[in-house]
Design a protein around this ligand. Structure first.
Ligand SMILES: C[S@@+](CC[C@H](N)C(=O)[O-])C[C@H]1O[C@@H](n2cnc3c(N)ncnc32)[C@H](O)[C@@H]1O
Length: 572
């Protein structure tokens, strides 16, 4: 009996101490839970604070940037006024020497017929460049000082020109069935334009041969143009660079001494020079033009004047797939005589305007891409065969190094996934450095654009997930273009697309936090668009009004049938 009671007592004691321990443990656990909840709250508060600080700092950065821009714009204005006054003061002493006129750094607004800004301007405009006979590939242009992205390098007129009416007439006369487009028409159109240039050269040769055709003006012009052709043909070390510059520009005040036997150039040789020296319209390729011309398409809707032009100075520029310069074409606006300083002789003239597409250091060579820079390396090499060389720029070398790694993954025959999704998957599994991935992406950009078009079409209610996935992809492509210094049409259309996608996100954003995020995104993409337009059209980025005009201009082009992308949003 006794031992049983003892056992009972000790069991009771044990149970009591166990339940005391349990309740203590529960107390500790609930205190710990309390501390954990407090810590979590604290963390959430800290995260929210961090987000707010980040948002504020982005907004502050944007504000600071626009303040800096405003400041440098004002400074530039003040400097312009000052240097204009200095120019006025010294212009008399300079007499009629046009080449001595002080440099105007940017005349790009001329492209947009900006009546508000008066510029002392005459053609050609030569910026911070000079001809060098000792670059890697023979002769070339080099920067004569440090140059900022978007700065104007030079503006010239064509010395020979195949204009739209002539070329169109020739095209319609020769096309076998002008109402139905055939792929060969694009090549034919280019050929007709080249023949037109050859005819122009023959006319000039006739002037030099036949005294009855000669007037003071056309004789001098004919001599200069032949001089420019001769300069192109001469070997790199034959002519002194300064004199060559005058000849190449078909300008300058001293007469060109041309041996009478020098004005004759064999057709085949001349055609060869024309092919290396002629430049076509900016946003359009021959395929797009030929396609249009087989439809009833009014002449007035044409926003380029010429199919091909010969620009000897521009033809001094060597090729790179990672260019640092870009060209656009425009017409110098007409202006009332007496109210503007634009040289009367320049108005209505067709010009090529060349800008820096990135920073260029003094002495660095000016290079641009001879072909659309958006194809993969193999296609670019194929297209460059026409120019008789194999490009060995850093982009080509890097792409060749990694392309083989990617291509086998893309060639799975039974893979039904769209190409871009396969490319992205292959890239993310490739282990390649970001830089190489970006270079490869630019090669496929036309397909990316098709993919974006199709994705937007198939997304009628524009759901948030789909839009943000597209935006991520478009952002990658934007940075890829930046990596190659390309301010090409495809790049601008990608920026327009990003802007459109962000606007959709903004419309979809419900609460305040989401709206702040998308407002910051809109600011970011507005900056990117401004910068790209600045690079494409010169220092426009400093003036919002001109950016708006530039955007309207590219929007018009991108929306046209020949453009790359149709954009629907309004900007800024
Ligand atoms: C329009 S010209 C450029 C000026 C030329 N360097 C000169 O001395 O007259 C084009 C020619 O320059 C050469 N060239 C230009 N870019 C090149 C490159 N990246 N690699 C090799 N040769 C190049 C090729 O011979 C090409 O046919």
């Amino acid at each position: 009996m006794e031992p049983t009671r003892e056992k009972l007592e000790s069991a009771k004691a044990l149970s009591k101490s166990t339940s005391e321990a349990l309740s203590k443990a529960e107390q500790r656990a609930s205190a710990a839970r309390l501390r954990f909840d407090e810590a979590r709250l604290e963390l959430e508060r800290a995260e929210a604070d961090l987000q707010r600080v980040e948002n504020e700092s982005t907004a502050a950065e944007v504000q600071l940037k626009s303040a800096e821009e405003e400041h440098s714009r004002r400074l530039a204005q003040v400097r312009n006024i000052k240097s204009e006054k200095e120019r006025e003061a010294t212009s008399e002493s300079r007499g009629k020497d046009r080449r001595a006129q002080p440099a105007v750094r940017d005349v790009s607004p001329l492209l947009f017929d900006d009546d508000g800004r008066r510029l002392p301007f005459s053609l050609p405009y030569i910026g911070p460049i000079s001809i060098s006979t000792s670059v890697v590939h023979g002769r070339g242009l080099v920067a004569s000082r440090d140059i900022e992205a978007g700065e104007c390098l030079f503006i010239t007129r064509p010395v020979l020109s195949a204009n739209v009416p002539q070329s169109r007439e020739c095209f319609n006369r020769h096309s076998r069935c002008p109402t139905r487009y055939e792929p060969s028409y694009a090549g034919e159109l280019e050929g007709y334009a080249e023949d037109t240039l050859l005819d122009e050269l023959t006319c000039l040769s006739n002037i030099l041969e036949d005294e009855e055709l000669q007037t003071c003006e056309n004789l001098d012009m004919a001599r200069r143009i032949f001089g420019a052709f001769r300069a192109q043909m001469s070997s790199s070390d034959s002519a002194p660079a300064v004199h060559e510059m005058d000849v190449l520009l078909a300008t300058g005040d001293h007469p060109v001494n041309l041996d009478t036997s020098e004005h004759y150039i064999e057709d085949e040789e001349a055609l060869g020079i024309i092919r290396r020296n002629a430049f076509g319209p900016d946003f359009h390729n021959f395929d797009a033009i030929a396609r249009r011309w087989t439809q009833t398409w009014p002449q007035e809707e044409c926003f380029y004047n010429r199919i091909l032009g010969v620009y000897p100075l521009a033809a001094m520029i060597n090729h790179s797939c990672c260019p640092n310069a870009i060209r656009v074409f425009g017409t110098v606006p007409k202006s009332e005589i007496g109210t503007t300083v634009i040289d009367e002789e320049c108005t209505g003239k067709d010009v090529m305007i060349v800008h820096a597409s990135t920073k260029i250091s003094r002495g660095e060579e000016i290079v641009w891409s001879y072909i659309p820079p958006c194809g993969p390396v193999q296609r670019r090499r194929h297209m460059l065969k026409k120019y008789g060389f194999v490009c060995e720029c850093t982009r080509c070398a890097k792409e060749l190094e990694v392309a083989d790694k990617l291509i086998p993954t893309l060639e799975t025959p039974d893979d039904q996934k769209p190409l871009i999704e396969r490319i992205e998957l292959a890239l993310s599994n490739s282990g390649m450095p970001n830089e190489c991935q970006r270079l490869l992406r630019v090669g496929y950009s036309t397909m990316y654009i098709d993919y974006f078009n199709a994705a937007l079409r198939n997304m009628p209610n524009k759901n948030e997930r789909g839009v943000s996935d597209l935006l991520k992809l478009a952002t990658q492509l934007h940075f890829s273009f930046v990596q190659c210094n390309n301010a090409c049409t495809e790049h601008i259309s990608i920026l327009h697309l990003c802007y459109e996608l962000v606007s959709i996100t903004h419309m979809n954003a419900k609460d305040g936090g989401e709206r702040t995020k998308t407002t910051n995104l809109i600011r970011f993409w507005t900056e990117q668009l401004k910068r790209a337009h600045m690079v494409r059209y010169g220092e426009l980025g400093h003036n919002l009004e001109l950016v708006r005009k530039a955007m309207k201009h590219t929007q018009l082009v991108l929306r046209s049938d020949g453009g790359f992308f149709r954009v629907g949003c309004k900007f800024i």
